[in-house]
Design a binder for this molecule. Structure first.
Ligand code: PMP
Ligand code: GLN
Length: 385
């Protein structure tokens, strides 16, 4: 007998985030590739974790999540997005947004179903669809000058009766694109004739610049009924390594979500859930300062590159800045990200790995969730190009 493991994901290699972070470490480069902050989580939150670690919160949490945390999230959802959700049946704490995305896709997508994603699309979506037996249909975001937005005609042409799920991610990684209230209405109009669900990845919901407000699918009466909205504490509390996120969806959808969640992960790290609940109760508006905090970082990084050879359009959201290098090189983005990590010591993320078709625009993504000295040193190196 010959034992051979045929891959279920033969086209999947190591993620570009791991590749670039490893390369940055190997070269001693400044790592502006993988998105993680160089700041610590709030001290009061860390203290609450320590408290709960020492006071018995070390066994399995309830499968849907610690009730006190779900209560805080329900209150926040009502306050921010005007959606009153049921604490017991409409919120589930999961292992980072990644698990929320994965469990939603496994719960919804059946063999042969089509799933629409917008390119550049975050890299965890398609492998999850493939594992569920679904077919991913890529619709490229339209690029107007340096702004990206949904190409409504292309989207509507891709929608059909087999479309089981549409995955949206606004604020968008990596372009910083956001949705306006009119976009959300248009989305509702587009999907109205079809039996399709929506998975809305809103992990950057609290990082939107220039006074603009994030428009959540939670706030839309019609879309809410068919939406799974996934978010994460990783971005909001500078704690990407904790891997705690959540999924908000109507009760019938949440019931299916939990059928998968309970066997993907069952339950999420208990002391951190309790600590997050305490912290959100004490500081319910903590997220309000986040956009301003990151806007200063964005402005600093863009200002430092003002007279560089890059063309820079400030990001509208997230902690990623795209830099257009068409004035410097016509090399493809993946090769260039590799070369500049080695040669000038600044690691970035190319956009091609997030696209089905080659990404023509000459742009690299730089993470500006770093202390000012790191951003200054990185910009100095980039200005030599
Ligand atoms: N979606 C997007 C768009 C992301 O950028 C990330 C990673 N930062 C995730 C999902 C995964 O979030 P988490 O680390 O909470 O799993
Ligand atoms: N979401 C992070 C980014 O976009 C990376 C997460 C990961 O490494 N899987 O950079």
């Amino acid at each position: 007998m010959s034992l051979r493991l045929d891959s279920k994901l033969p086209d999947v290699g190591t993620t570009i985030f791991t590749v670039m972070s490893q390369l940055a470490a190997d070269c001693g480069a400044i790592n502006l590739s993988q998105g993680f902050p160089s700041f610590d989580p709030p001290e009061a939150l860390v203290e609450r974790i320590e408290f709960h670690l020492r006071n018995g919160a070390n066994q399995y949490a309830p499968m849907p999540g610690v009730p006190a945390l779900r209560e805080q999230l329900a209150a926040k959802t009502s306050r921010l997005y005007g959606r009153n959700v049921d604490v017991d049946s409409e919120i589930t704490i999961c292992t980072g947004a990644t698990e929320g995305l994965f469990s939603t896709i496994q719960a919804v997508v059946r063999p042969g179903d089509e799933v629409i994603v917008f390119d550049p699309a975050y890299d965890s979506y398609e492998p999850a669809v493939t594992l569920a037996g679904g077919i991913t249909r890529h619709v490229a975001l339209a690029q107007q000058e340096d702004d990206f937005e949904i190409d409504w005609e292309a989207f509507e042409a891709a929608l059909n009766d087999k479309t089981r799920l549409v995955i949206v991610n606004f604020p968008h990684n990596p372009t910083g694109a956001i949705l306006s209230p009119a976009d959300v209405d248009r989305l509702a109009e587009s999907v109205r004739p079809y039996p399709t669900f929506l998975l809305s990845d809103e992990v950057y919901e609290h990082i939107v610049f220039d006074g603009v407000q994030h428009v959540s699918l939670l706030s839309h009466d019609e879309l809410w009924k068919r939406s799974f909205v996934v978010s994460s504490f990783g971005k909001t509390f500078h704690a990407t390594g904790w891997k705690v996120g959540y999924c908000v969806a109507p009760a019938a959808l949440t019931a299916e979500f939990r059928r998968v969640h309970q066997f993907t992960t069952f339950t999420v790290v208990t002391p951190i859930q309790h600590a997050l609940a305490d912290f959100l109760e004490d500081s319910p508006d903590i997220h309000l300062a986040l956009s301003e905090f990151y806007q200063q970082k964005r402005d600093l990084f863009c200002r430092l590159l003002e007279d560089s050879a890059f063309s820079v359009t400030p990001a509208r959201s997230t902690f990623f800045q795209l830099l257009d290098y068409s004035g410097i090189s016509d090399e493809d983005d993946t090769a260039l990200a590799d070369r500049w990590t080695r040669e000038i010591g600044v690691a970035s993320i190319p956009l091609s790995p997030f696209c089905a078709a080659p990404f023509e625009a000459k742009k690299l993504r730089f993470c500006f969730a770093k202390d000012d000295a790191t951003l200054t040193e990185a910009a100095e190196r980039l200005r030599t190009l």
